[in-house]
Design a binder for this molecule. Sequence first.
Ligand SMILES: CC(C)(COP(=O)(O)OP(=O)(O)OC[C@H]1O[C@@H](n2cnc3c(N)ncnc32)[C@H](O)[C@@H]1OP(=O)(O)O)[C@@H](O)C(=O)NCCC(=O)NCCS
Length: 217
Amino acid sequence: MSFETPLPTTPILETARLVLRPVELRDAPAIQRDFPDWELVKHLHAGIPWPYPQDGAIANIRDCLARRARGEKFFWVLTLKGGDDEAIGRIDLGPYDGETRDTRGFWLARRFWGRGLMTEAAEAVTGYAFEVLGWPFLYLNNAAENRASHRIKEKQGAEIVDVLPHPYMSGDGMRVTWILRREVWLARKAMAGVRPRRLRGPPSRSSRPAERRPGRC
Ligand SMILES: CC(C)(COP(=O)(O)OP(=O)(O)OC[C@H]1O[C@@H](n2cnc3c(N)ncnc32)[C@H](O)[C@@H]1OP(=O)(O)O)[C@@H](O)C(=O)NCCC(=O)NCCS
């Protein structure tokens, strides 16, 4: 198993509530509206231009598309299934280069926080990395204060490998680095698929044969 590049074409991924599709230039207006939110950017790596410039989203998307064309990284936007195809967030995935322990990043428009949406997106992208690409692990990061991002990694079965000083938009903080191993994630997923079995007692109502009623076949 290795992190081969150039990467294949970005696939469209679906979850129960989301469609993740490749970022496009037409996503700029939605991203320009939702991303420049201090509550959203404060825990991100320092270096995002702030105040966010008028052409911030389009410039970032152009950069993503250039990196995508070189096969370096996947860049998806999150859209609501059955919705209007508008971007409500982003999730990125890249191969481990042997040095930079940062293979996934994400953000979601604040009005959608707290509904489990990024957990769904992270699971879909992780499944693609482990089940389709066969990558052996992902390195993940979050600011120690970023409890929501921290929790998503915990829920996925990642293990903390380091806590080190790091510059964030809100100032110097501590960065938690995690490793999410393929075998751990697959085992967790397999366990989640095992439903508790009834061991004793009479069959439940739903498993009894249907009673015959007069006049009905
Ligand atoms: C991080 C972010 C993507 C999370 O998106 P989300 O869709 O709200 O996340 P989810 O609902 O899937 O999961 C969040 C989890 O964190 C928990 N959580 C949220 N805030 C928390 C807090 N202050 N303390 C503890 N747990 C918290 C939620 O309860 C949930 O866990 P649960 O399912 O066990 O209840 C979103 O907050 C965001 O865009 N933040 C700004 C950008 C960012 O920080 N990106 C990540 C950089 S590392």
